[in-house]
Design a protein around this ligand. Structure first.
Ligand SMILES: C[S@@+](CC[C@H](N)C(=O)[O-])C[C@H]1O[C@@H](n2cnc3c(N)ncnc32)[C@H](O)[C@@H]1O
Length: 470
């Protein structure tokens, strides 16, 4: 009797992993060759100012020190092509989630964490779900709600409200807040909150030229004729356009189902020096790391927290994350002090010895600072120590042979260059990873205070690609 094999109805997807036949070193070599070929073809690719910054939902909110999505996407594409078994990615200092949106086209499961609630909000909105049709359908009703609202009740309540917002601005922002609260679906509310966050940034009395809170001159405040409602409507339209662009991209790559990403997305309000979230708390979980850590303590480099302080005052924190509480807004510097190096600590001599042993570049920097700028020592040591602790956590969360893409920048403290590139390289290698490639790129577009009293950010950054070997 002829046996007819029953073919299961489930569609089988066969992944042919060419990398299985290759050694990890072969894969490293292929990755490096592809990067070199690209650099040779276009030697400004990594720094190019031509990359469209509105892509990948980049203009939702001007988060400080955002990575360039096209650059990250290219590297991810090269690595995933050469190692197709990669299925998950971690960004432990996620910011606005650029690394994750750059990974979604490849269908990776995305895990990110940050200590800033606004970073979680922006990243959640960028990673979806994208209810574009519902948002568009609801738009006339939603707009009508705040346009018809004639109440002058103010929905924010914090010390400094009058300083940072003109009455007319606060009244209009409050009308939008009330309309957002009427929306039942959290993902849609989050989209509205992000649009509002950018409008707060543009309509408060804070200067938009720096990330630090810095009040405008009185005559400037008086002469500005602002309508948050008008600016909300305009920004709403451009965000919808960006959403359309990105959801089309994911749809064409078969990565969306009913407006939601087909992979996992898990975003946590969590301090990376405390722990790295993995499902079931497993070690050796992630296949890939894509990240850009802070350059130094937030207070004297990039004040992510201060930049987020005013927008967060208008947003219902419960819509962001269950751990986002008013505690994060106790003072304008609370979020920044929760970041790496945010709290100055006395580091034990034994711990310092470990840092010196693991990073000779840090030891040199320490000794130079000790002579030339001793008052800055504690700040730099606190940051590097926190960074080191987070690197230990990160390393144990990664699989052996996983790749790590670190975008790092140096800074000056008291006129002395802190070589984060070398320090991070040494600390990561010390955990059991090898550097396979370094790409230097000029920072052309980042709106950072290039000079300030005691910290100067450099205009170059490096992309360091490692592979975990042990
Ligand atoms: C350079 S930014 C990341 C920018 C991001 N790549 C983007 O494109 O938007 C660094 C981030 O690290 C976060 N951060 C600082 N200390 C942290 C910590 N201890 N744990 C987690 N995130 C932290 C900051 O809040 C900031 O969002």
């Amino acid at each position: 009797m002829e046996v007819i094999e029953k073919v299961p109805l489930i569609k089988r997807v066969i992944i042919t992993d060419c990398s299985l036949a290759l050694t990890p070193k072969d894969v490293d070599e292929q990755v490096c060759n592809e990067i070199d070929a690209l650099t040779e073809e276009n030697n400004t690719f990594w720094s190019s100012p031509d990359h469209d910054r509105s892509e990948y939902l980049h203009s939702f909110f001007q988060y400080p020190a955002m990575m360039v999505p096209v650059v990250q996407r290219k590297l991810i594409e090269i690595i995933v092509r050469n190692k197709p078994t990669i299925s998950s990615v971690l960004d432990p200092y996620m910011g606005s989630g650029t690394s994750l949106v750059a990974c979604m086209e490849n269908g990776l499961d995305c895990y990110g964490q940050d200590i800033n609630p606004l970073a979680i909000l922006v990243s959640k909105t960028r990673t979806g779900p994208y209810y574009i049709k519902a948002i568009k359908e609801r738009k006339p009703f939603f707009f009508q709600q705040f346009e018809k609202d004639s109440s002058n009740k103010i929905e924010a309540n914090f010390k400094g409200l009058k300083k940072w917002f003109k009455d007319s601005v606060a009244i209009e922002l409050s009308r939008i807040v009330r309309a957002v609260r009427e929306e039942k679906r959290p993902a849609i509310r989050r989209f509205y909150w992000v649009v509002l966050a950018e409008v707060v940034r543009l309509t408060s009395n804070d200067r938009t030229s720096t990330f630090k809170l810095h009040i405008r001159k009185a005559e400037d405040i008086n002469s500005r004729d602002l309508s948050p409602i008008q600016s909300f409507k305009e920004h709403f339209e451009s965000c919808i356009e960006d959403l359309n662009w990105y959801s089309d991209l994911l749809t064409n790559a078969d990565k969306l189902s009913k407006g939601a990403y087909i992979g996992q997305v898990s975003l946590k309000l969590l301090d990376s020096k405390e722990s790295i979230f993995t499902p079931n708390g497993q070690d050796n979980f992630f296949d890939l790391l894509v990240t850009s850590p802070p350059y130094g303590d937030n207070k004297t480099t990039v004040t992510y927290g201060q930049h987020s302080y005013l927008p967060l005052q208008w947003i219902d924190l419960g819509d962001i994350h269950e751990l986002a509480t008013a505690d994060f807004l106790k003072t304008t510097s609370e979020i920044d002090s929760r970041g790496l190096g945010g709290r100055l600590k006395q580091i034990e001599a034994s711990q310092l010895a470990i840092l010196f042993r693991n990073s000779p570049s840090f030891e040199n920097t320490y000794k130079t600072l000790q002579i030339k700028s001793p008052d800055k020592l504690k700040k730099v040591v606190s940051f590097i120590n926190d960074l080191y602790i987070s690197i230990i956590n990160i390393h144990s969360s990664l699989k052996v042979n996983s790749y790590q893409i670190w975008t790092v920048g140096n800074r000056n403290v008291g006129g002395i260059e802190i070589p984060n590139d070398k320090i991070i390289k040494e600390l990561v290698e010390n955990q059991g990873a090898i550097l396979i490639k370094k790409i230097s790129r000029e920072i052309l577009n980042k709106r950072m205070a290039k000079r300030n009293k005691d910290s100067e950010l450099m205009s170059f950054e490096d992309i360091l690609i490692f592979r975990k070997v042990g």
